[in-house]
Write a protein that binds this ligand. Structure first.
Ligand SMILES: *Cc1c(COP(=O)(O)O)cnc(C)c1O
Length: 241
């Protein structure tokens, strides 16, 4: 195990390296790096690693498991961090996401959207929402099929407790950069359709540690990066969210 100080140095250096990758990828397609947000995916990592990243300037964190996340949100409440829920969500766990998070990237059905809207606190700003679209063909069951994204986005836009922001996608893991680009282009094209339909969307949440360059080339505005910041996740995730 590393000491806390060593963790701090490592996480800070890795964060700098990821920011440099984002800047290089943005420059390569004539985009502004400032238009691409880095979401640090801290699932499975304890609160002290999140705190180390926060000390190194990172403000937004992504989590996949409700109970684990709420523990960190409570522990780090004084830091005023921004929390994004990015994993599959069972409807019976929706209340804590509705009340404790700033964003959810993984809305994939109307019933979940309706619950999140109803459960969002009266005094809270609407919960920022991305509709998750299945852009990996048969490889994943997460997300709505592309043909259903517009209808779900319209429904989210109509719900008072939610603020529709855009789309999220997770392609199948591959080193084939042409395939990566094609999957991300699919999500970008769906966002363009939503905009043409008059929906006020500004967010494409796509790209992870191994494919953020391809995602940025296709228009990502949020990249979700875990391993490249915190290291390999070395124990299995909890079996329940
Ligand atoms: C775990 C996870 C990430 C981060 O993946 P890395 O390969 O560790 O960067 C991004 N998005 C989602 C939805 C995840 O579950």
């Amino acid at each position: 195990m590393q000491s806390g100080q060593a963790d701090m140095t490592t996480i800070e250096a890795r964060l700098q390296a990821v920011r440099a990758r984002i800047a290089t990828a943005a420059a390569a397609c004539s985009r502004e790096a400032a238009d691409i947000s880095l979401l640090a995916v801290s699932k499975t990592w304890p609160a002290d690693r999140v705190e180390a990243a926060a000390t190194a300037g990172q403000r937004a964190f992504g989590e996949n498991y409700v109970q684990e996340a709420v523990g960190k949100i409570d522990t780090l409440a004084a830091l005023g961090l921004e929390w994004h829920f990015i994993g599959p969500l069972q409807s019976n766990k929706s209340r804590e996401v509705a009340t404790r998070f700033d964003w959810i990237h993984s809305v994939d059905r109307l019933k979940l959207a309706q619950r999140l809207s109803a459960q969002r606190g009266d005094g809270q700003a609407p919960l920022n929402v991305c509709v998750q679209v299945n852009i990996s063909g048969e490889a994943s069951k997460s997300g709505v099929p592309p043909a259903e994204a517009l209808a779900l986005a319209r429904a989210v836009h109509a719900l008072p407790g939610l603020r529709l922001r855009g789309l999220m996608g997770v392609p199948e893991p591959t080193d084939d950069t042409t395939l990566q680009r094609r999957r991300f282009a699919t999500l970008r094209e769906i966002l363009t359709t939503l905009q043409a339909e008059g929906l006020p969307v500004d967010t494409l949440s796509m790209g992870m540690s191994h494919d953020l360059e391809a995602a940025i080339a296709e228009g990502a505005t949020i990249v979700r990066v875990g391993t490249a910041i915190f290291g390999e996740r070395d124990y299995p995730p909890p079996s329940t969210t």
